[in-house]
Write a protein that binds this ligand. Structure first.
Ligand code: SAM
Length: 296
């Protein structure tokens, strides 16, 4: 599938909450150039508000009736916010956007004046800027390794171990800290990309991508865990710690895929007892099987 059409499908799935940016780009084997796709999707979402404003004010979609808005967002992003421009073979929809490029560029200038923005990054909303500054949380999979071994490995790669602090503003590149609250959690600077790291590929570390779950304890031995929305956050590491099932407990993880909390619970239970992991989505359940298998 053409790169931009695939990006369009991903943006539409995101708007229907059918996955996270990471699972739909970096985690999908049908996406060939994963890093480029991840970057395009993130950057387009970052400027989405202003791109929509430019599209509406230029009347692009009223003239080019065959151009879907989501595809237009992607094309206009690359046209206005990248040096390389639109990177696609000469499709008729790309030509439809290029026909309006002078108008689109003029509308961007007007939007900047209206929003009092001197640079492109001034156009990004505060909400998005705050999200960009969330540190990268990494959970150590204590089934397979220890916090100490993981820290040693990163330090050998040049990461500097900094003092554990509650305040995480201004994390420098290539630094690492133990989390202030959770013993199996490490903190990296925002935008640290560990998707190709051998410790991630071997399942020794797990990148946190989910929002807090709602644990409902039946008793100390029987728990139900549910979670239905996704966001990159430390909070997704709390449910398993809060439930903290005893070894040999039986646990129900009711909305389990891709299985981050399933594997976390299992690590806390020292691989004893039984966890029943359910998910509505058969495809995501296959992903859960793969990832919990990799996590040991
Ligand atoms: C955010 S994900 C869960 C993340 C997971 N708890 C983890 O820690 O990796 C939400 C999951 O809930 C599943 N889901 C939604 N409604 C469900 C239902 N009624 N029964 C089972 N699973 C459901 C979705 O398919 C999706 O895989």
């Amino acid at each position: 599938m053409n790169f931009y059409w695939q990006a369009e499908t991903i943006l539409n799935k995101l708007s229907r909450h059918e996955g996270t940016i990471k699972s739909l780009t970096l985690g999908d084997d049908n996406v060939k150039d994963k890093k480029r796709m991840y970057a395009l999707v993130c950057e387009t979402l970052k400027y989405k508000e202003v791109i929509n404003m430019v599209i509406d004010n230029s009347k692009l979609l009223q003239v080019e009736k065959k151009l879907p808005r989501t595809l237009a967002l992607l094309f206009v992003h690359d046209l206005l916010f990248t040096k390389r421009g639109i990177q696609s073979s000469d499709g008729s929809l790309k030509q439809a956007v290029l026909r309006h490029q002078t108008r689109l560029k003029a509308e961007l200038v007007k939007a900047k004046i209206k929003l009092n923005a001197r640079t492109d990054s001034d156009l990004v909303s505060q909400k998005v800027k705050d999200a960009v500054h969330i540190p990268r949380y990494v959970r150590v999979n204590e089934h397979q390794t220890t916090v100490k071994k993981v820290l040693d490995k990163f330090q050998k790669e040049g990461y500097v171990l900094e003092e554990t602090k509650e305040n995480l503003t201004g994390l420098s590149p290539k630094t690492i800290r133990k989390d202030h609250h959770l013993p199996d959690l490490l903190v990296f600077p925002p935008n640290t990309d560990l998707h190709d790291h051998p410790l991630y590929l071997s399942g020794d570390i797990i990148l946190q991508v989910n929002r807090p779950s709602t644990p409902f304890p039946f008793s100390t031995h029987h728990l139900i865990l549910t979670s239905v929305s996704a966001m990159q956050d430390k909070a997704s590491c709390f449910p398993a710690h809060v439930c903290r099932p005893l070894p040999h407990a039986h646990v129900i993880d009711a909305c389990a895929a891709p299985g981050n909390k399933t594997s976390h619970l299992s690590a806390l239970m020292r691989n004893t007892g039984k966890i029943w992991a359910f998910d509505l989505d058969r495809r995501r359940l296959e992903l859960l099987k793969r990832l919990t298998g990799r996590a040991g």
